[in-house]
Design a protein around this ligand. Structure first.
Ligand SMILES: Cc1cc2nc3c(=O)[nH]c(=O)nc-3n(C[C@H](O)[C@H](O)[C@H](O)COP(=O)(O)O)c2cc1C
Length: 325
């Protein structure tokens, strides 16, 4: 008998398949169905600071600063309240860990969020800070520092495990992860998937770029998890982006992740996909006589002889020179 039990952000999970934050997890009933389908944990649909700001822009009145203050407080409280209700209901209906999620960019606004979600019964919080940096006055490192500042403020309000879902454009995720670990973060998710703009050249309109991932999208996260899990093994990792089957989850674990966050394949194939993924993982383990996740976790991270060179390689070299049409 092999076991898929694992630990992410210090929380015990019955298996490594975490349903990632999205429209899949925006109601307690959907969460219950995912629990029944076998998920290891669920990250609730994020509260989006940007969405609150958009509402604020729509309704605020430049001639009424006092009213605007009230509006901002009201919109934030309303969003928090909705999320709190979702956490409470999901906790009531589900047997697996429920992780709250916030997508924020301001340091001040969200520091009490952790306390609110802890009181509502969440098992952890996942923070994603996604901001395109375009200021001409930008000082290098300021964006990374914002992560550390938000973590430090959040930690003052809660003992809940704090997970950071990072974006892939960071110059040096390893240095940031090291500082987040030092600041008390419990888990790292590599990577988030930002909105990407595209253009329709027939009607000249802006459109949304491809929302779904492909299996090959996992490669960046394999690289960074492979390096990070070797350099900072004290913190737990999950891979998000391109995990479409159980074999991709095996790859994630081989590079040092203890869980995966899954979205696209569940949108396409429904919650029953989770069982297929679990069976694929079990079969792979059985074929190799492995009985637990820990027996192969991080076996192919940057400590492995080939790994350290391959993960840091950026040029195709042999592949390019031998590739001919
Ligand atoms: C429709 C949709 C909605 C999403 N909403 C959120 C969200 O609210 N918060 C978040 O952190 N990620 C969100 N994501 C990103 C996913 O959680 C996930 O990180 C990304 O899709 C990569 O995983 P995948 O390859 O399994 O799809 C969303 C993705 C999709 C496709």
């Amino acid at each position: 008998m092999n076991s898929l039990e694992t630990t992410f952000a210090g929380i015990s999970l019955r298996n490594p398949i975490i349903v990632s934050s999205s429209g899949l997890t925006d109601t307690a009933a959907k969460c219950q169905a995912l629990d029944k389908a076998g998920a290891g944990a669920i990250v609730l649909k994020s509260i989006l600071e940007e969405q609150i700001m958009q509402q604020y822009d729509r309704y605020s009145d430049p001639t009424n600063p006092e009213g605007n203050d009230y509006l901002n407080t009201y919109l934030t409280a309303n969003s928090l309240n909705t999320h709190t209700m979702l956490i409470k209901e999901a906790k009531r209906l589900c047997s697996i860990p429920i992780i709250a999620s916030i997508n924020c960019s301001s340091t001040d606004e969200w520091t009490t969020f952790a306390q609110t979600v802890e009181e509502a019964g969440a098992d952890a919080i996942e923070i994603n800070i996604m901001e395109v940096q375009t200021s001409l006055d930008y000082s290098y490192g300021a964006y990374e520092q914002k992560h550390i500042d938000i973590l430090s403020r959040i930690r003052k309000h809660t003992r809940l495990p704090v997970i950071f879902k990072l974006e892939r454009q960071l110059t040096n995720p390893i240095a940031l992860i090291n500082q987040l670990y030092a600041g008390g973060a419990a888990g790292i998710v590599l990577f988030n998937r930002p909105y990407r703009p595209d253009i329709n050249i027939d009607n000249g309109n802006f459109t949304a770029g491809e929302m779904w991932t492909r299996p090959s999208d996992i490669c960046d996260a394999l690289r960074w998890t492979g390096i990070a899990s070797a350099r900072i093994p004290q913190i737990d990792y999950a891979i998000s982006g391109g995990v479409h089957d159980g074999w991709a989850a095996v790859k994630a674990i081989l590079t040092g992740a203890s869980a995966v966050e899954v979205c696209t394949t569940l949108f396409w194939n429904g919650p029953q996909r989770i069982e297929v993924m679990l069976q694929q993982m079990k079969q792979w383990m059985e074929e190799r006589g492995l009985h637990s996740i820990n027996q192969f976790r991080a076996r192919m991270n940057a400590y492995a002889a080939e790994g350290s060179r391959l993960f840091e390689r950026t040029q195709f070299m042999k592949y390019f020179s031998s590739y001919r049409r």
